[in-house]
Write a protein that binds this ligand. Structure first.
Ligand code: ATP
Length: 205
């Protein structure tokens, strides 16, 4: 059966860590495709107001355009309310049909928050979870986080192996806001888009 990876995030902006996560998941779980799903962002969670949906969407499109295994989908941007994963998975099933296996991809920091996710049982009934190491949470420590979860959840969770890529959207936004360079942290076309459309700069620049 075809295996499809679903990778949700605020992608504010998309960075090379995200692409490394997608590549790792694709290779290690044998995925035929990874769908990038920009979510709506809670203004309460951000240090600065998030980039508009249309910009976050465009940056993800540009970052994934050159790899035929990647595709951006607008599912979460087009629906009202918070982007609950359990709902996104229902939508994915409707869109992709019954003959695909769904895999939900997250960074290790998100596994820590799993007990607080809405309807974890509903999520894991629909998809297996692929967890990619992130700086500060890898190896034995990550394994311990998984083992702290109920056994029926652990059975649906795979820890993948990757040398962590040290980058976050928060760091990228802070660097841009301070006028510092971001080459080496972002895909080439994302840098070009940010520069051309003057994103993530202080309001008075
Ligand atoms: P922010 O700094 O704004 O919180 P972020 O860099 O964590 O953003 P998101 O778009 O929120 O980026 O992340 C989407 C998903 O990608 C999450 O599951 C997150 O854990 C994962 N992720 C992001 N960056 C990395 C990274 N460098 N290594 C591993 N996973 C990552």
């Amino acid at each position: 059966m075809r295996r499809v990876g679903l990778f949700g995030g605020s992608f504010d902006p998309v960075h090379l860590g995200h692409l490394a996560v997608a590549a790792c998941a694709r290779e290690q779980a044998g995925l035929s495709e990874v769908l990038f799903i920009p979510t709506r962002v809670s203004p309460l969670k951000q240090d600065l107001p998030p980039a508009p949906d249309v910009d976050r969407w465009t940056m993800v499109v540009l970052a994934t355009l050159e790899d035929p295994h990647y595709r951006a989908v607008r599912w979460d941007l087009e629906r009202e309310g918070p982007s609950y994963t359990v709902e996104t998975l229902r939508l994915a099933r409707r869109e992709l049909g019954s003959d695909v296996e769904l895999y939900w991809i997250i960074g290790a920091d998100n596994l820590l928050a799993l007990p607080r996710w809405h309807d974890v049982a509903g999520i894991l009934a629909q998809a297996k979870l692929l967890v990619v190491p992130r700086e500060g949470l890898q190896g034995a420590e990550l394994q311990r986080v998984k083992e702290s979860l109920p056994p029926e959840q652990q059975a649906r969770i795979s820890l993948l192996d990757m040398e962590p890529v040290r980058v976050s959207s928060t760091e990228v936004r802070a660097r841009l806001n301070a006028g510092m360079p971001v080459e080496g942290l972002l895909p080439r076309l994302t840098v070009a888009y940010i520069e051309r459309y003057n994103l993530f700069r202080p309001a008075d620049s």
